[in-house]
Design a protein around this ligand. Structure first.
Ligand code: NAD
Length: 296
């Protein structure tokens, strides 16, 4: 396939590499010259503009920072295309913008999927991302074989916007459970519990969660976790803050009560303000461990 990939950043560049490996041609475009050069070095074509990238494309994939970038780039894409490529946006953005862009694409006669990912840069490099897709059955069926070159689990969540909705729900759950695990270890240690013993008990009891068993925020019990490399990401706390903001925006629009999600956002905001945004999001353990209880 002729694929245009717009947004060759931390995620887009390795995703392009996996598309090239699968035998597709990839015309890449990014505002940063260094990213275009890296795409050329991995065997792709560096396009000179969005219009140049999408010329003759069978599929257009975008991997951009936020909703405003996606809206602006899709205005350019829809104005430039002469064929009717399949459009897939894998950026993590708000549900409302995802639905708005998909409606504009549909009005122009094109299938569009929102297909945000989980798995991070490691998953993008290894080609093991999870894609959560929103769109029509036909759009999903057309995109699936291409997404398989970059991911392991490709799931059709529902109609346009459903992929972004699923991603917001997942990351809100993850933030809440990560803070919960971190608080458990902070309290356990203040109560004089041995960290490993607490892990051995809770990981086989009802406190068990992915945040505990795969990603323990307290250093020691899970050797591969970022807590054992001074919280080098992994998944940066600043990105978790972004995703918690998207979840709250969606919750407000949908009228959903999510008090723990709101509180998790406040904690990640404070952590970010304290200069920890570049650390892995499990750094919340160190942040809480250093905090004094208000009345202490
Ligand atoms: P990034 O900032 O490294 O890459 C985004 C790229 O888009 C940059 O290279 C930037 O120059 C380019 N860009 C911005 N505006 C543009 C425009 N108008 N035209 C062309 N290029 C433009 O970000 P990333 O880490 O690759 O993340 C991309 C998306 O994936 C984000 O929405 C993020 O939330 C999501 N995501 C990231 C991770 C992660 O671990 N990094 C994990 C899951 C999801």
């Amino acid at each position: 396939m002729n694929i245009a990939l717009i947004g060759l950043g931390n995620m887009g560049l390795p995703m392009a590499a996996n598309l090239l490996k699968a035998g597709h041609t990839v015309a890449g475009y990014d505002l940063a010259a260094a990213n275009l050069a890296a795409h050329t070095a991995q065997g792709g074509r560096a396009a000179s503009s969005v219009a140049d990238a999408v010329a003759g494309a069978d599929m257009v994939l975008t991997m951009l920072p936020a909703g405003k970038h996606v809206s602006a780039v899709y205005a350019d894409i829809l104005a430039a295309v002469t064929t009717r490529p399949l459009l897939v946006d894998s950026s993590t953005i708000d549900v409302a913008t995802a639905r708005d862009v998909a409606a504009k694409a549909a009005a122009a006669g094109m299938e569009m999927l929102d297909a945000p990912v989980s798995g991070g840069v490691g998953g993008a490099v290894a080609g093991t991302l999870t894609f959560m897709c929103g769109g029509t059955d036909a759009g999903f069926a057309a995109a699936q074989p291409v997404l398989q070159a970059m991911g392991r689990n490709i799931i059709h969540a529902g109609a346009a916007g459903a992929g972004q909705a699923a991603k917001a729900c997942n990351n809100m759950m993850l933030a809440i459970s990560m803070i919960g695990v971190a608080e458990g270890f902070v309290l356990g240690e203040k109560l004089g519990l041995d960290r490993q013993k607490l892990f051995d008990i809770t990981s086989t009891a009802t406190g068990q969660s992915w945040a505990l068993t795969a990603y323990c925020p307290a250093p020691g019990p899970v050797p591969a976790a970022p807590s054992n490399r001074d919280y080098a990401p992994g998944f940066a706390a600043a990105l978790m803050l972004k995703d918690l903001g998207l979840a709250q925006q969606a919750a407000q629009q949908a009228g959903a009560a999510t008090p723990m999600g709101e509180h998790a956002l406040r904690i990640y905001q404070a952590l970010n303000d304290a200069g920890e945004g570049g650390q892995d999001f499990s750094v919340v353990f160190r942040y809480l461990a250093a905090m004094q209880r208000a009345e202490a």
